[in-house]
Design a protein around this ligand. Structure first.
Ligand code: CP3
Length: 335
C-alpha cells in the first residue's frame, strides 16, 4: 500500500490506498461517547484535543492508510461570522445571512477563529504514523453557499428565488468564499496536513446553465491555488452525473472522488489524467456481507490496473456496523 500523498503526486503507477469518508463519526461507539458529553458540535470541532482524538479513532480500529481531520465544512461560514448550529436529527442551521458582516471579515479574524482546528491538525500529525497521510478538507464555494443562504428546501429541491434575488450578487459571495477557502487550505497544510479534499456535496443541485460559474470555475480556482502551492488535491463534485467528464477535464484536480451514481467502468474509460477514488455506495454496508463484498469487487476489479484509492461514493452512514467496515477493509487488503 502507498501513501495517499504519493499516489496523487506520481500518477503513473498502479498504486492502491484505502480510507473512508466520515470514517470519524457517529457509527463508532467511541465517537458517540465523546459526542454525548459534548452537545455543541461547533465547540467539539474547536476542542483541539478531542478533535485530534476523534480523528485517530478509526486509525486505531482499522488498517487504513489515511486520517481525515475531524472538523466540518461549516467551520468556514462560522469563521466568516455566521452562527452555525446542529439540530439533532435535522442537520445544520445557520443564522440569517448578513452580507455586510460577511464581506467585512478579514483573514486575521478568520484564521484566529479557526486556530483550534489548526492546533488539532498539529496534534494529530504528532500522533499519526509518518507513513499515513493526514487529509484536510473544505466545502466547495457552491456547497457552502447552499448552507449560507439556506437555499435547500429538502434533499433534492432548492429555493431558486433565493438564488435569483436581485439584491444578492452570487459571484461576489463565491469570490469571497474562494479566497477564504484557499486561506483555510493553506493554514491546514501549514499545520501538518498532507492533502486537501474539496467537497462539492450539492453540486448536483446546480441548474445546468450555471454549472460552469458555480461549480467548474470555483473548483478550478481552488485547484490552481493548490497546484501553485504544491498541495495534492481531490475534488468531489457529488451528483453531477456525466458532467464528471467535463469537470475532470476543465478543473484538472489530482484526484476525483466518484459518487455512487457513477458507473466505475464509465469512469475508467472517460476520466483521464486523474487518480480515481471511491464510488462504492455506503448503503451497501448495511446489506448482507455477500452483497457488500460483491459490490466492492466491482470497484476493486475495475480499477485493479490503474492508481485507485478505495473509498465510498459518500460518507459512512451512522447506522453502519463498525465490524462491517473492518471486514470490507480486510477483503480489500486480501484481494
Ligand atoms: O470523518 C470525516 O469524514 C471527518 C469529519 C467530517 C464531518 N463532516 C464531521 C461531521 C467531514 C469531512 C464532514 C464534511 C461535511 N459536513 C460535508 C461534506 C461531505 C458530505 O457529507 O456531503 C457536509 C455537507 C457537511 C455538513 C454537515 N455536517 C451536515 C449536513 C451534518 C449533519 C448531518 C450529517 O450528515 O451528519 C453535519 C454534522 C457532522 N459533521 C457530523 C459529523 C461526525 C455528525 C454530528 C453529530 O450529529 O454527531
Amino acid at each position: 500500500m502507498t501513501s495517499l500523498k504519493k499516489i496523487l503526486s506520481d500518477k503513473n503507477l498502479s498504486w492502491k490506498s484505502v480510507w473512508f469518508m466520515r470514517q470519524a463519526g457517529r457509527y463508532l461507539p467511541e465517537f458517540r461517547k465523546i459526542r454525548s458529553q459534548n452537545q455543541n458540535f461547533i465547540e467539539l470541532c474547536l476542542n483541539s484535543k478531542l478533535s485530534a482524538e476523534i480523528t485517530l479513532q478509526p486509525i486505531k480500529r482499522f488498517d487504513i492508510d489515511s486520517a481525515i481531520i475531524f472538523s466540518d465544512i461549516l467551520m468556514t461560514p462560522y469563521a466568516l461570522g455566521q452562527d452555525v448550529k446542529f439540530i439533532k436529527d435535522q442537520g445544520p442551521e445557520l443564522s440569517e445571512f448578513n452580507l455586510e458582516r460577511f464581506l467585512d471579515s478579514n483573514e486575521r479574524e478568520f484564521s484566529e477563529k479557526l486556530f483550534p482546528v489548526y492546533k488539532a491538525i498539529e496534534l494529530t500529525r504528532k500522533n499519526l504514523n509518518k507513513d499515513k497521510s493526514l487529509i484536510a478538507f473544505i466545502g466547495a464555494p457552491w456547497t457552502l453557499l447552499v448552507y449560507i443562504l439556506n437555499i435547500k428546501k429538502n434533499k433534492t429541491e432548492m429555493d431558486l428565488n433565493k438564488l435569483n434575488n436581485k439584491n444578492i450578487n452570487i459571484n461576489q459571495i463565491l469570490d469571497k468564499l474562494i479566497k477564504f477557502s484557499c486561506i483555510h487550505i493553506k493554514n491546514q497544510i501549514n499545520a501538518g496536513a498532507d492533502i486537501v479534499q474539496i467537497f462539492d456535496s450539492w453540486a448536483g443541485l446546480i441548474p445546468l446553465n450555471n454549472i460552469k460559474d458555480y461549480c467548474f470555475i470555483p473548483n478550478t480556482k481552488i485547484v490552481e491555488f493548490c497546484k501553485k502551492e504544491k498541495i495534492p488535491n481531490i475534488c468531489f463534485p457529488k451528483g453531477i452525473k456525466e458532467k464528471y467528464e467535463d469537470f475532470t477535464r476543465i478543473v484538472k484536480p489530482d484526484g476525483i472522488n466518484l459518487d455512487y451514481e457513477i458507473d466505475p467502468l464509465w469512469a475508467k474509460n472517460r476520466l483521464r489524467d486523474v487518480v480515481i477514488q471511491g464510488g462504492l455506495d455506503p448503503k451497501i454496508l448495511l446489506k448482507s456481507e455477500g452483497e457488500m463484498l460483491e459490490g466492492a469487487t466491482k470497484y476493486i476489479q475495475t480499477f485493479k490496473d490503474i492508481p485507485y484509492v478505495f473509498n465510498l461514493g459518500h460518507g459512512l452512514l451512522p447506522e453502519t456496523d463498525p465490524d462491517r467496515v473492518k471486514k470490507l477493509i480486510e477483503f480489500y487488503r486480501n484481494f
